[in-house]
Design a binder for this molecule. Structure first.
Ligand SMILES: Cc1ncc(COP(=O)(O)O)c(C=O)c1O
Length: 395
């Protein structure tokens, strides 16, 4: 018996996975608890915490979902509907100028989170010397957690402001690249909003070829930009071993639908198609049919970007007036801001919470997030204006 296992009192002898203990509570669970406490105390809360869009899903997409409900419901196949794979390939061609074979190089996923979490199960041999998964921090915790559950080693490289929140590829020790099975990138980046230049993506792809690892690029925010459309690692796939993960969650405000895809070379996609039926994470076919409509349309995405732009503009003048520096970049639904004064990130976030503003302390995304706070622009524009008035008083 493991000495550390205080688990399942009702079923003696059953152990918790050590990986579960190692990962701890998902940080946003803590925020949810604080939110309930304050709501119960009657505090009027504006929630800039979790990045769950509250923009309406376009009526055309909702209609497509409703019209696709069938009398008889069967299991969706892991390979997905050919029409959806074709719509994704056509979108990648229009958006990034790349040609993908929709039969062999794309697989639909149940949102992108599960696919990001599960990748290490397929790509890492836990008995091998080459079992390192490289992730970045501050960052989205799911690649790390998935790697831990898969028995991989995890190394979290810091994203520093002085490097534009990009991995400083030239200073990473050669030994790290040599041990790496997967290197994760996430641009546009959650939480920093940073965007990766195509030269950076190309160099990372070249390294993946030189050191024989998979470059896994989480591009969940590729469509939420305010300056110029960000690049995709798909554009450099000829230079290395590249797998791209994207989703309709943020692009089309469809978090609840659970619809994304992985695009990669045929060998990896075949492995995913072999593995995924065991997990059962294919999106429902009515969701796939609604997804086709979503990938085929850009107008609703432009409207979504405009909505986020207006929310940014509701807050930025106040922040500037109160001397809060925007540290992060110009994409995603997030503002990555420097904590003013001497408070820690958590102290600062706790203080805002008492005034009804829920924000994430930078440390939720790893120790490199200390000194920063993240605002997820998910409340309404009116709430953003009200928050600006509160910040005017509090900062
Ligand atoms: C960086 C990043 N990647 C992936 C996801 C997963 O989104 P979904 O599973 O809804 O596609 C999120 C969600 O918040 C995210 O922030």
């Amino acid at each position: 018996m493991h000495a550390s296992s205080a688990f399942l009192d009702s079923v003696p002898g059953v152990q918790l996975s050590p990986a579960l203990a190692a990962t701890g509570a998902y940080p946003f669970v803590k925020l949810e608890q604080a939110k309930r406490r304050l709501a119960a105390a009657g505090v009027d809360l504006i929630d800039f915490g979790k990045g769950d869009p509250r923009e309406p899903t376009d009526p055309m997409i909702r209609r497509a979902l409703a019209e696709s409900l069938t009398e008889i419901s069967t299991y969706p196949l892991a390979e997905g509907l050919p029409e959806l794979r074709s719509a994704v390939a056509a979108w990648c061609a229009r958006r990034f100028g790349v040609g993908l074979d929709s039969d062999t190089e794309i697989v639909p996923t149940y949102g992108s989170k599960e696919a990001i979490f599960l990748l290490a199960q397929i790509v890492v041999d836990r008995e091998s010397e080459k079992r390192l998964v490289v992730t970045t921090q501050p960052g989205y915790p799911v690649p790390d957690r998935g790697a831990t559950f898969a028995g991989a080693d995890v190394e979290r490289l810091p994203l520093l402001e002085e490097h534009g929140f990009l991995i400083d590829l030239d200073t990473v020790p050669e030994e790290t690249w040599e041990r790496a099975a997967i290197v994760w990138l996430n641009y546009p980046n959650n939480p920093t909003g940073a965007v990766a230049p195509v030269e950076f993506l190309r160099r990372a792809a070249e390294l993946s070829r030189e050191y024989e690892f998979l470059l896994a690029s989480d591009e969940a925010y590729s469509e939420l930009w305010f300056d110029a459309p960000p690049h995709s690692a798909l554009e450099v796939r000829e230079e290395g071993n590249v797998a791209v993960f994207n989703t309709l969650s943020k692009r089309s405000s469809m978090t609840g639908y659970r619809s994304g895809f992985v695009a990669a070379d045929a060998e990896l996609i075949a492995a995913l198609k072999q593995y995924r039926p065991s997990v059962g994470t294919a999106p429902q076919e009515f969701v796939q049919r609604a997804s086709i409509v979503a990938w085929n349309d850009e107008e609703h995405v432009e409207r979504t970007r405009d909505a986020y732009r207006r929310k940014r503009e509701a807050l930025l003048p106040t922040l500037a007036r109160r001397g809060v520096r925007v540290a992060g970049g110009g994409a995603t639904m997030f503002l990555w801001l420097e904590v003013p004064g001497a408070e820690s990130s958590e102290e600062f976030a706790a203080r805002l919470l008492e005034h009804g503003l829920i924000v994430s302390p930078g440390t939720f995304f790893g120790p490199a997030g200390e000194g920063y706070w993240r605002v997820a622009l998910v409340p309404t524009e009116a709430e953003c204006r009200r928050a600006a008035e509160i910040l005017e008083q509090v900062l």
